[in-house]
Ligand binder design. Structure first.
Ligand code: GLA
Length: 415
């Protein structure tokens, strides 16, 4: 009896040691939702551009569409403000206040609107004197802002890092995280901390970042072009030894928003972004006008099989296995597993621009997939099965210029 009790106590102790740090229990799989910035920027001109300005109406409309167009049932369940939502001044108590013309109902009402639709509500602030857009920053108000966000019903906080000294962030981001935790309201914490430190030549303290943040940016802002998406993919490949290990349930690398359905990506490039964000175990934060998105781009964002790869419960970030003649092989271990063997998602990415599909022949073994019983292989965009493929079998594919083939390889011995 007594021995049993000791074991239980030791068990509890072991758990409390492992879960120290953030472990707010949130974001066990990468967050999914809609974020305003990439598409709608800091458009505050509601007089001349009422349908596109940063206003409560925009966020309510996007929430309506997330639900009515079926995005929320696929997991896209956070609607998040970005910069340019507040007044330029705090109130007399030092609290942030939403711009009264553009958010006449106030933030609590907007959060409530999301909650009634079964969605979560996200907000934006900045660990600095100002946000990047010049609105009030958090310095001097860490506790007030954490308490205000909790009081308002916020579920997700993005904390940017303009107008701050990156050296202060090792202290400041954890401090704000503790104020968030102290509110007892679960709030996903999205940090820009390592991005600003890397940009200033510092080496981030990943242990502290993992213990503090549910997700974090580590590279440039995404822009509406394939060049931007490709630069992010290259960064994730070139730096994978430093960053891939940091990802896992509750703490994710954030390569920035999905720009699928906007102006800059072709259909092939859009599939490539979706596939690579699935390989990266990246947050899927769409920044697109859901009122006018073309159905074929909507279908990419709503591809259930690709979303399932992204949301795989093992939470292991994928890696680039090879890059030759601008054809890249990426793999990500996914479930189900059997012993030490995993299933895998395999992305064959072409960064070629010579305008004809490239013929690629590969074996699963060359990618590290060695289970003798083989793998049930499915192409997740073209939705066809290649049947059971053994490690030495030759797989012949065609990959379109700046396009991708995404394969799901389910471990036969686990099925
Ligand atoms: C920074 C961030 C972006 C966005 C803008 C807003 O550039 O990295 O994601 O939040 O600020 O001004």
């Amino acid at each position: 009896m007594q021995g049993g009790l000791v074991t239980v106590l030791l068990g509890a102790l072991a758990i409390s040691v492992v879960v120290q740090g953030l472990e707010n229990g949130l974001a066990r799989t990468p967050p999914m939702g809609w974020l305003a910035w990439e598409r709608f920027r800091c458009n505050t001109d509601c007089e001349n551009d009422p349908h596109n300005c940063i206003s409560e109406q925009l966020f309510m409309t996007m929430a309506d569409l997330l639900v009515s167009r079926g995005y929320s049932s696929l997991g896209y369940n956070v609607v998040s403000l970005d910069d340019c939502w507040p007044e330029h001044e705090r109130d007399e108590q030092g609290k942030l206040q939403a711009d009264s013309k553009r958010f006449p109902s106030g933030i609590p009402a907007l959060a409530d609107y999301m909650h009634k639709k079964g969605l979560y509500f996200g907000i934006y602030e900045d660990y600095g004197n100002y946000t990047c857009g010049g609105y009030p920053g958090i310095l001097g108000h860490l506790k007030t802002d954490a308490d205000t966000f909790a009081e308002w019903g916020v579920d997700y906080v993005k904390l940017d890092g303009c107008y701050a000294d990156p050296k202060d962030m090792d202290q400041g981001y954890p401090d704000f995280g503790q104020f968030l935790n102290a509110t007892n309201r679960p709030m996903v914490y999205s940090c820009s901390w390592p991005d600003y430190q890397l940009a200033s030549g510092m080496t981030p303290n990943w242990t502290s970042i993992i213990a503090t943040c549910n997700l974090w940016r580590n590279f440039d802002d995404i822009q509406d072009s394939w060049a931007s998406v490709a630069s992010i993919i290259n960064y994730y490949g070139d730096n994978q030894d430093d960053i891939a290990v940091n990802a896992g349930p509750g703490h994710w690398n954030d390569p920035d928003m999905l720009i699928i359905g906007n102006y800059g990506l072709s259909y092939e490039q859009s599939k490539a972004q979706m596939a690579m964000w699935a390989i990266f175990a990246a947050p899927l934060l769409m920044s697109v006008d859901l009122r006018s998105i073309d159905p074929k781009y909507e279908a990419i964002l709503q591809n259930k099989d690709v979303i399932a790869v992204n949301q795989d419960p093992l939470g292991i970030q994928g890696r680039r296995i090879s890059k030759e003649n601008n054809i890249e092989m990426w793999t990500r271990p996914i479930s189900p597993s059997h012993g030490d063997d995993h299933s895998y998602a395999v992305a064959v990415l072409s960064q070629r621009t010579d305008g004809t599909p490239t013929a690629v022949t590969l074996t699963l073994k060359s990618l590290g997939l060695t289970s003798a019983d083989g793998y049930h292989v499915t192409d997740l965009f073209d939705n066809y099965s290649l049947g059971v493929v053994h490690p030495d079998d030759q797989v012949k594919l065609h990959v379109n210029p700046t396009g991708v083939v995404l394969l799901r390889c389910l471990l036969a011995s686990a099925l």
